[in-house]
Design a protein. Structure first.
Length: 256
């Protein structure tokens, strides 16, 4: 079940508790044949951002990241520049790096951009949808619920991301897909934080991912676009005032 950045199996489920949210980054570089060291470093950092391993507002050093990855500072510096250009990170003149804190105005813009781009990507994918994809979406939806029950934010974010991108990749979106990925890079570190119980209770009985799967199975182009939009709007796009107050306090406390 997916609701923008959480799914609700139990009203008491959380993506991560306060203790797990302050675990240091666990980024790992993969030695992939044909990839340069710089590309491997970039992909490792990018994956760490998408998996919620970087705490918004907490600063790191180039040397510290290099030591974590077991590489020199040069490939790290180049990878960070690429990620800064994608607005996923900020770099100071002194070489300190951080994920920007999320604020309301920025989130509103990102939600609008997601809706615009992901509706179109979903519609473009419809002619290529197969029974294999529909089964895969069902498997990923179960994986999302399992991750929530285990309070595993990394598995949740990975499964949730793959659920959406399994659809979007079908459309052959050479222009749309990189834009969508850029938005997810900016949002993912924020997605690891929990929602208030009040917000969770509003959508406890609504499975937007099920609506997406049903529309995909019936090859309903307009229905799929609407289901994707509803998933975004009624999840991350519908934070209440109480949510923001607790989330701002949580992000600030973990930034130090």
């Amino acid at each position: 079940m997916g609701l923008g950045f959480y799914a609700s199996g139990s009203r008491h489920s959380t993506i991560c508790d306060h203790k797990s949210c302050i675990i240091p980054t666990m980024i790992r570089r993969q030695d992939i044949s044909g990839q340069t060291l710089q590309e491997q470093t970039y992909q490792a950092l990018r994956r760490g951002i998408l998996d919620g391993d970087f705490i918004p507002g907490r600063t790191m050093t180039i040397r510290g990241i290099a030591d974590e990855l077991g590489v020199s500072a040069m490939p790290v510096r180049e990878a960070l520049r690429r990620l800064a250009a994608e607005r996923a990170l900020t770099m100071s003149p002194t070489g300190r790096v951080s994920v920007p804190l999320m604020h309301r105005e920025k989130l509103e813009e990102l939600v609008k951009a997601r809706i615009c781009l992901e509706r179109q990507a979903a519609m473009d994918a419809v002619p290529e949808i197969t029974a294999v994809l529909v089964r895969r979406l069902g498997e990923l939806n179960l994986a999302i619920d399992t991750a929530i029950e285990e309070s595993n934010h990394r598995r949740y974010l990975a499964a949730h991301r793959e659920f959406h991108f399994s659809i979007y990749r079908l459309g052959g979106c050479n222009v749309l897909l990189p834009l969508i990925e850029c938005i997810w890079l900016q949002m993912s570190p924020f997605l690891r934080f929990t929602l208030s119980q009040e917000h969770l209770a509003q959508y406890d009985s609504i499975d937007r991912h099920r609506e997406i799967m049903d529309a995909a199975e019936s090859r309903d182009r307009d229905g799929l676009a609407q289901a994707v939009e509803s998933d975004i709007r009624q999840g991350i796009g519908a934070l209440m005032e109480s949510d923001w107050k607790s989330l701002e306090e949580l992000m600030l406390s973990h930034a130090h």
